[in-house]
Design a protein around this ligand. Structure first.
Ligand code: PMP
Ligand code: GLN
Length: 378
């Protein structure tokens, strides 16, 4: 039978993690922490299970968690979302994004994505019968190019997907760029999917510019986040979507028929843990220290560091080290040097060799040091 996704194979993250395991390499490829989450969070979930929170929760999520999420967004960004009608708990950001796309994209609709971008967006759009229109971020700096975005808009454009802090480039959008997007979309009815899973990983005193801060964006936006990133529990797969009531109503129509609801004890545990903002307020400093350790370790090596101002990624230019294209380089690095990385070509529609690979520094300091010892020999 004909494949619905003929051009899709196994994701690069799965491929590189398997290769890392096979070759006993330090895995700085797939983005996930190799350290434990806070024991208080595990206790909170355990207590929820013991307290009998083990059956289906309400379809949009446990009320206490939706309320905690709404309070957090209002405290950080000054935008009040109604937890009953505007916040939904999802099975991670991945399910949030595909659900938003399935809810609003009709066959033949176009959705603008900015290359390089997370690998699920385009296949999600395909599954909805839409067309991903890939607009490149500015080569080298990865900044949004509003002239190019504007030129890509047609009467069929249903939505645009943005992602800040950005995977894979580790750049963050400025308030000015968010305002430019707001102005560009103002005369249109184009929807926004704002992937903010790395919202709490911004460095050097910068602030995360959530779409929630910009009235003209918030009014048209699904704002997506993930507790997997914020609390070091990528395997729990719990995320959130904040969106105006009319968008949330459409979102929930799809949500109720693809997962219906998200596991109950995790939601209760997260609701309790969110009462104290300290853990996520400390996250920038926590990850900035890891970024600095990793960057300092690479200084003087032949890998050229690109800026890393947000997310838990560090990109490097490999030109001075190897003539291999970035995909072959990552294979070679994993097999021969013993460090796994992700080629940036995996995040582009038309993959091309721009000599850049991505490392994830969400790792124990000792893991980073073990990787650095190998990378410095390059
Ligand atoms: N968006 C981006 C940009 C990501 O990097 C990730 C995680 N790799 C996701 C979405 C998916 O998040 P989750 O694990 O919560 O599904
Ligand atoms: N988001 C993670 C990354 O970019 C991996 C998620 C996945 O394995 N699908 O590395």
């Amino acid at each position: 039978f004909p494949s619905k996704l003929p051009n899709v194979g196994t994701t690069i993250f799965t491929v590189m993690s398997a290769l890392a395991t096979e070759h006993n390499a330090v895995n700085l490829g797939q983005g996930f922490p190799d350290f434990e989450c806070a024991p208080e969070l595990v206790d909170a979930v355990t207590q929820a299970m013991k307290a009998g929170h083990n059956q289906y929760p309400p379809m949009p999520g446990v009320p206490a968690l939706r309320e905690a999420v709404a309070r957090k967004i209002e405290a950080l960004h000054g935008k009040a979302y109604n937890p009953n009608t505007e916040i939904t708990i999802t099975a991670g950001a991945t399910q949030a994004i595909i659900t938003a796309i399935l809810a609003v994209v009709h066959p033949g609709d176009e959705v603008i994505v900015l290359d390089p971008c997370y690998d699920s967006y385009a296949p999600n759009i395909d599954l909805a019968g839409g067309k991903a229109v890939r607009v490149p971020l500015t080569p080298g700096t990865f900044r949004p190019d509003f002239a190019k975005i504007s030129a890509a808009i047609t009467p069929r454009t249903r939505a645009i997907i943005i992602n800040s802090p950005h995977n894979p480039s580790a750049t963050i959008w400025t308030a000015e760029e968010m305002r430019q997007l707001e102005a560009l979309l103002a005369p249109t009815d184009i929807l926004l999917i704002s992937d903010e899973v790395y919202e709490h990983m911004v460095f050097d005193g910068a602030e995360h510019q959530s779409a929630a801060r910009f009235a003209g964006l918030a009014a048209r936006a699904f704002i997506v986040s993930s507790f997997g990133k914020t609390f070091h529990v990528t395997g729990w797969k719990v995320g959130t979507v904040a969106a105006p009531a009319a968008l949330t109503a459409e979102f929930r129509k799809v949500h109720q028929f693809n997962v219906f609801t998200v596991n109950t004890p995790m939601q209760h545990g997260l609701a309790a843990y969110l009462q104290d903002p300290t853990p996520y307020l400390q996250l920038p400093a926590f990850y900035q220290a890891k970024r600095d350790l990793f960057r300092q370790g690479l200084e003087g090596s032949r890998l050229k560091l690109l800026p890393s101002t947000g997310s838990y990624f560090q990109c490097v230019d490999i030109s001075a080290v190897s003539d291999l294209n970035e995909s072959d380089f990552c294979q070679w690095l994993t097999r021969e040097v013993g460090v796994a990385a992700i080629p940036l070509s995996a995040f582009y529609g038309d993959s091309f060799d721009q000599r850049v690979v991505r490392f994830c520094f969400a790792k124990k300091d000792e893991t980073l040091r073990a990787a650095l010892e190998r990378l410095r020999k390059l």
